[in-house]
Design a protein around this ligand. Sequence first.
Ligand SMILES: [Zn+2]
Length: 216
Amino acid sequence: MEKVIILLGKSGSGKGTQAELLQKKFDLDYIGSGDLLRARAKKTDFTGKNLGKVLNSGRLAPTAVMLKLWLDKAEQLRNKKKLKGFIMDGNPRKILEAYLIDEALDWYKWSPKIFLIDISNKEAIWRLTKRRVCKKCKNILPFVGEFRKMKKCPKCGGQLTTRSDDKIKSVKNRLAWFKKDVQPIINYYRKSSRLVKINGEQPIENVHKDILKALK
Ligand SMILES: [Zn+2]
């Protein structure tokens, strides 16, 4: 049985790091909404051009467009030989997508494990305004654990800076979006007893261990 994992969490919750750890551990594929949208925006057709504009403006791409990309990727994975499973990062982004993804996963005969990496707003703001990004390869270093002490990018040795978009105002906007659009998704999964809540304020290794326990 393939492992299908949905990770939910505020910006700064470290779900990207957890996704990477799980990918390595179980040799999983990855469906990231950001990656799919950015790749699609490189095409020069109608959707490609307009998607580029939407992404640059910081708005959310429409669900219809998102779902098409998501389904194409899911179909590709379903047909892949020796698929171990995959991690969904960045989807669903709103309740409508949660319903649609439920239907789609059901169609492909996948039953997801759904995790909320839970951190407080205070913790999110603190981490996001302090986390750093590599100037060269854009690798994001969370402001937790051993990452805090690093002076250079662990992937390429590049110089580290704080991200200009990680200022208080944009962080607060992201948290407001989470409350408005993602909280209903969390409630929906919780009501159907599918949500596993993980304390995201612990060290990275402990968050990882808690997820592994719940996957057994
Ligand atoms: Zn780098």
